[in-house]
Write a protein that binds this ligand. Sequence first.
Ligand SMILES: [Zn+2]
Length: 443
Amino acid sequence: MTTRFENGIVVTLGPNNKVTWNGSVVTDGETIVGVGDAAEMNKRFPDAESVDCDGKVVLPGFICTHHHFYSTMARGMAIPGEPASNFVEVLERLWWKVDRALLEDDILLSAQVPLIECIRNGTTTIIDHHASPGMRDGSLDLIEKAVREAGVRASLCYEVSDRNVMGGGVEENERFIKKIGKGDGQIAAMMGLHASFTVSDETLDRCVGIAKDAGVGCHIHVAEDLADREDSLQKYGMPTVHRLDKMGASGEKSLFIHCVHIDDSEMDLIASTNTCVVHNPESNMNNAVGVTRIFDLLKRNILLGLGTDGMSSDMLSQMRCAYLLHRLANMDPRVAFMEAPQLLLQNNADIVERQFGIRVGELAEGRPADLAILDYQPPTVLNENNFLGHLIFGLVDATVDTTVCMGRILMQNKKILSMDEQRIAARSRELAPEMWQRLAELQ
Ligand SMILES: [Zn+2]
């Protein structure tokens, strides 16, 4: 089916960003077949179904390169005991109990809720990192089912660690990676690992072997807190990135998440192995772990993306958080105006290309039909030269009206079409007290 999304302010992004007022994007099935002036597209595709964008801003769907769907049911939960005073305590008292308390229905709902929020925020491609030691085997199938129902695109993995059982989760990753194979453009698989300080050499070696054989990358938290660096120095006599690289976990398909506490030699190693790094500023601020040196990473041409780490599914607010954080951290109002949008709009698309083998993040003929249509009336001229100003100070607060992924309209006029939002939220509220109770009973 051919559809004309017409009469919008079309912002193509990509290497030749073009802004067209009264513009149209035409999709045929899963692919974009025309972008440009509405009258011209009308002439070229007269028989296409028409969706009126009514002056709204049409952008490519957003990308999140690090998410944790499973964190959903922690929202609003009282954490038993004393407040966590450092990052390791946050893990021990909160996240390492949340994941153990999740059962089959919780895993499905914990994915469905943030998937709805992704659609609400125009986020159409997500790289997720999952953990549920209480119901591990088959958990990635449940998330895959939720992703396909939602209609977005996702790369999935299970977080291997030795903290509950040696090599817990290796088989789940291996099974899922084999099942997905080369993928269908909607679902991809990676080898997930928690972090250097929770995986032994033996487990890491097994994971890297499976990943290499399958041609996938490792998705792992790296030096999020100083504790990860200190653990690696103490146990292995080298900092985290050197240990991971020595064990074979780096490479152009691997994602090193956070990299807050890494030194220059580790940055050089990330650069020379062409490994991707994902920055999660809201999460780093929330956990009070420190500030990633994004300019030093970018200076080395390291592919640095932007994720939410489960904090939210809103990539525009994450982008603005990066913008604000690095201005303050550097005490310099000249920085981050270009870099924060670059992480979201360009680098995340480059990371997706390495994972899925497809090019998203650009409205152009032949590209996947992923659209985020935002309700935004520019109060000043909006063109290629000042788009970033509108992005950081205006679009960031605009509501997404319509979300399209692979040509399918997932939300229109702010109504979710692919899922029953009210039923899912109600069911989640029903299950959460039981999950909280199981968590309270864990040691
Ligand atoms: Zn994370």
